[in-house]
Ligand binder design. Structure first.
Ligand code: HPA
Length: 260
C-alpha cells in the first residue's frame, strides 16, 4: 500500500454527529458518480493542518441515509477514485464492555459482522476475477498505531483495541442481542463498520476506525432505555476532540513511514 500516486494524505468518512470537519480549510465540494452508484453526498476536499484531506458524510450531510441503505461501495469507491489510499471511518457506537462507557473514544482492532443483505464486495460483476482478500486484521495496524500516537500526542484518551460488532439497524438492539454480542467477545456495537472496512481492504486502502461511544448498549447501563437526547449529548462531547486528533494524526502519518 502506498500513497505515491496521490498527494491526498487521508480520507475521512464521518458518521452520526460528524457531518463536516470544522478545521477543513478551503474545502471544495465534489459531486461524483461511481460504477457502483452515487455516494451519500459530496466529497469535500480541503486542507487540514496543511495536508490534503477528503471528507464524506456517511449518512449524508443531513443524516438522511439509514445504515442499511448506505451505498458503502459508492462511498469507498468515490474516495478511491479521488486518490484516497488511507481511510479513517468515524463511527458512533454503543459500549458493551466496562472500558467502553459513554463518551469514550476507541480504536477497535477486530470486527464481527452481524449485518445482512448489504452489498459487501466489489467482486460481483460477471466475469470479474474473484478475490478472497485477507481480513485477519480488519483494521490496518499502521493506521491504528498512528491514531494511538496522535491520541498520546494530543492528550486524548483513546482505548486501544476492542471488537466491533456490526448490527443491521436502524433499530437499536434488544438486551438479549447485546448479551449475545458480549458472549461473542464484542466490546462495541455499531451499524456502519461493515462492509466499509472490507471494501477498503478490497481496494487495498489502509483503513481504521475511530469509534465514539454514544451510549451504553441495551442492558449494559443503568437506564431503562436508550434515548436520543442521551446519544446526542454524548456524541457532542465525544466529537470535541476529533478536530485536534485528526490534525495530529496527519502530522503523525507524515512522520511515520507507511507500514511502520
Ligand atoms: N447500537 C448500535 N449502534 C449504535 C448504538 C447502539 O447502541 N449507539 C450508537 N450507534
Amino acid at each position: 500500500m502506498n500513497n505515491e500516486t496521490s498527494d491526498l494524505a487521508l480520507g475521512v468518512i464521518g458518521g452520526t454527529g460528524v457531518y463536516r470537519l470544522a478545521n477543513l480549510e478551503g474545502a471544495e465540494a465534489i459531486e461524483l458518480d461511481t460504477p457502483y452508484g452515487t455516494p451519500s453526498g459530496p466529497v469535500r476536499m480541503g486542507r487540514l493542518a496543511g495536508f490534503r484531506v477528503a471528507f464524506l458524510a456517511r449518512h449524508g450531510e443531513a443524516h438522511s441515509v439509514a445504515p442499511h441503505r448506505i451505498n458503502y461501495r459508492a462511498n469507498v469507491h468515490a474516495l478511491h477514485q479521488l486518490g484516497v489510499r488511507r481511510l479513517l471511518g468515524i463511527n458512533a457506537v454503543g459500549g458493551i464492555t466496562e472500558r467502553m462507557g459513554p463518551r469514550v473514544l476507541a480504536v477497535p482492532d477486530q470486527i464481527i459482522d452481524y449485518s445482512h443483505g448489504r452489498l459487501s464486495s466489489f467482486c460481483d460483476t460477471d466475469g470479474a476475477k474473484v478475490e478472497h482478500v485477507d481480513f485477519t486484521h480488519p483494521y490496518t495496524p499502521a493506521l491504528r498505531t498512528a491514531l494511538m500516537r496522535a491520541g498520546a500526542a494530543t492528550g486524548t484518551r483513546l482505548v486501544d483495541g476492542g471488537t466491533y460488532g456490526c448490527t443491521q439497524g436502524p433499530r437499536l438492539e434488544t438486551i438479549a442481542e447485546i448479551a449475545r454480542l458480549r458472549r461473542d467477545g464484542c466490546d462495541l456495537v455499531g451499524m456502519t463498520g461493515m462492509p466499509e472496512a472490507v471494501l477498503a481492504r478490497e481496494l487495498a486502502m489502509d483503513y481504521a476506525s475511530l469509534c465514539l461511544v454514544a451510549n451504553w448498549a441495551a442492558g449494559c447501563g443503568d437506564e431503562a432505555e436508550i434515548t436520543m437526547d442521551e446519544v446526542m449529548a454524548n456524541m457532542g462531547a465525544a466529537t470535541e476532540a476529533v478536530p485536534t486528533l485528526l490534525a495530529q494524526l496527519l502530522v503523525t502519518l507524515a512522520a511515520q513511514p507507511q507500514g511502520g
